[in-house]
Structure formats: C-alpha cells, structure tokens
Design a protein around this ligand. Sequence first.
Ligand code: UD1
Ligand code: CA
Length: 453
Amino acid sequence: MLSSIILAAGKGTRMRSVLPKVLQPLGGQPLLHHVIHTAQSLALRQTIIVAGFGLEAVQDACVGLNVSWAVQAQQLGTGHAVAQAVDQLLDEETALILYGDVPLIQAGTLARLVDLVDDAHPLALLTVHLPDPTGYGRIVRDASGNMQRIVEQKDATPSERSIGEVNTGIMAVKGKQLRAWLARLENNNSQGEYYLTDIIAMAVSDGFMVRSAEATSEMEVLGVNDKAQLAGLERMYQQEKVNALLKAGVTVLDPARCDIRGRVEAGMDVSIDVNVILSGKVVLGNNVMIGAGCVLTNVTLGDGVTLLPYSVLEDCVIGADSRVGPFARVRPGTVTQDHAHIGNFVELKNAQLGSGAKVNHLSYVGDATIGAKVNIGAGTITCNYDGVNKHRTVIGEGAFIGSNSALVAPVSIGAGATIGAGSVVTKDAPEDKLTLARAKQMTLESWQRPVKK
Ligand code: UD1
Ligand code: CA
C-alpha cells in the first residue's frame, strides 16, 4: 500500500509574492497541482499535504481534489514537516515523500523508487548527479558504495562538498520505520532544524541498506525558489508540451512561441501559427488552422475551422468549416453550427448560431439564438441588458438584419424577415417581410444653405 506526503508549508520568501509558493502557476496550474496529479497517477491510498504558510489559500486551491491535510504551524525543518503527517500513515504502507515546489517529477521515476522498498529495505532515496551540487545535501557512501548518510551543504566539509551525487529530497519509507526514526530526530545542526535527511544515517545504524534510484533528468527534480527558476521551468514544461503536439503531427510554426496551459487534443493536419495560447481543455478537429496571436480557453473547434489572427475564444464550440476573426471575441456559452462566419471586431456571448450564419463585421450578439443562414449586417447590436436583467434575441432562419440595427431584447425576428438598416427593433418582426424602425427620410425642398455675408 502507498500513501504520499507532499511538503507544502513553505512561504517561498524569494518569490516576493503574497501567493504561497506552491500556488504559483506553472503551465497555468498551481505547482502543487502538478505534484498531486503525478503522485495520484500511482494508485495512492491517500495524499497528505503538509501545509502551513497560507494554509487557507492552499486548502482553497485544492477543493475538489482527493487530499487530506496536516498542518505545520512553524517551519522547523523537513523532518518536522513530515512528522506532522505520520499519524495518518499505516505501519505497513510505504510513504512517498514529495515536495510541492518540485513540480515536474515523473510518475515513472516515482514508481521505480517505490519498487525499491520492501521489508528488508524500508527506505529508498531518489538522488541525482549534478555538475554543480551547490546548495544540495550530499550523498555520503562508503568504499563499497553503500549509502551512509546525507550531509547538508551548510554542515559539509570541503571534501564532502566535492561530492556530485545529491539528495533530491524525494524518498519512499515504510510507515512504521518512518515514525520511529522521526521521533529520534534532533536539531543540533548549523540551521537548528529537524532534518528529514538524518533518517538515512538512522536506517544505516539500524542495519538496513539504503537503496537509491537516480532521476532520469535534472529537470524532474528541479525545485522552484524564485521567479527566475519558475520562468525557467515554465519554458522547459512548454517545450515538452509542444513537443508532444509535434509528435502527434500538429504543425507548430514556432515551437518556442506556442504556450499550452492545459490539455490539447488535436486531429490530423492542424496548424498553429505563432504566439498562440491554449488553456484549459482545447479540442481541435482535423484541418484546423489557428492564426497568430489567438488565445483559446476551453474551446472545441470542429473539422476545417479557421481562426484568423488575434481572436480570443473562451468556453465555446465552433462548428465545422467555420471561419472566425481576425480580431473576434467569442465568449462563454457560444455554440455555432457548421460554416458559420464570425468576422472582425465581432463579439459573441452565449449565442447559438445556425449552420451558415454570418456575423461579419463590428457586431455584438449576446444571449441570442440565430437561425441557419441568417446574415447579420455590420454594426448590429443585440441590446440584451436592461440594466437589471438579460433578455434573449431570437432570429429565424434566413433572416437578414440590415447594418447598424439595434435589436432590443426580448425580441424575435421571424424566419426570412428583412430588417432595414439602422432600425431600432423593439417589437417582434414578422416572417418574410421588410420591417423598418427608423425615421423616414425626407428632403426639404425649400431649404437653403445659409451663406456668409
Ligand atoms: C532539502 C534537503 C536537501 C536536498 C534539497 C533538495 C533537508 C534537510 N535537506 O534542502 O538534502 O538536497 O532539499 O531540494 O531535507 N518545508 C516544509 N517545512 C519545513 C521545512 C521545509 O514544508 O519546516 C518544505 C519547503 O517548503 C520546501 C521543502 O520542504 O518545499 C524543502 O525545504 P527546504 O528548506 O527548501 O530544504 P533545502 O534546504 O532545500
Ligand atoms: Ca529547497
């Protein structure tokens, strides 16, 4: 059986932020969420988060996730942090200790580590060889290569500091032994902290051989302490995300200029131009083209959809072979059928567009049901808000709305109706008729333009 303890009590002073460090975003998600998701991909009995600084904010950010909590009110060291959680462990299970600020750890690496633990080997440690080990705890081994202890940078002798194998902090330990060893920890070291790392020497003195696994890359064990490291990890993370898209056959014109802050599913022959941001869940059909500078959040695009540059879409579904943009804004609740055209400087909100409907220029269409093949002229506005309530506009199939019309909701335009340009429509307009709601044009025959004397 396996449980995980994730240390997340630190403030992260060097972030210089009111947001606790583990809630800083990487790829659009809190650092801590990455760790929780990876941990939970190994069948866990429970996930215990040790939190302290910004406890409420950290707990709020984890609503809906299957985790339990241990509170570390004062940060007295990594050993003290884990000690807050050990009451929740079973004797016979393995505890996998992870860090809320080491977000890119790989599930496969953790599985390899956990596999090293058995009754004869109750402790296994994840290590990594670094060209520059400064700052890390060093792994001290005996002549036959058996791990003896970990020495922290601040407590190390010059010869110990030359050791290139370091402690990642990540370890797997049997519950029973972990509890016993933590109870024996002391804080007589240069930092006056209870070091989790001291349990290595305890295991050795209890006659156990401490096994170790090596991380597959430095990236997966990198911790985040400041904004520069966060930015560095963000780039690595983005590179991996884009590489996965490229591998799946998506054309990404510049892999360094496409950011993915969520999950993307893409069909065949999808093409993404530069400076595109894809957030949340994005589903792209076959032959989708996304122009430069588009920002998509929770969007589904049907086959053959073209997004022209600088369009911003959120929580919407665009039907097959539709064309959107340039400079379109499609807001939540919008669903279009196939062959819709949404042109420049058009804003749609909670609008349903039928097959082949067109809103080509400079319009606001909100809380509206637009039938198939409707044509909405330039500058048309649905006046959906009376200052208190939102009202719907319904436009029947094949209607033609003249330019610069204001449709004052609630209002219905019948199928096949034509609305004269510049109308302010406050009452329902009948099917198949021309409706005008504007001042009649007149010419004053006797009028004379004044002239300068
Ligand atoms: C620790 C290890 C070191 C290792 C390094 C890897 C110890 C004593 N040292 O050092 O061997 O090479 O990690 O990055 O374990 N935390 C708490 N409560 C505390 C103290 C820490 O939750 O009381 C959390 C921190 O928020 C952080 C993590 O534990 O996420 C590591 O703590 P930190 O103080 O950064 O340890 P290091 O000195 O880096
Ligand atoms: Ca650290």
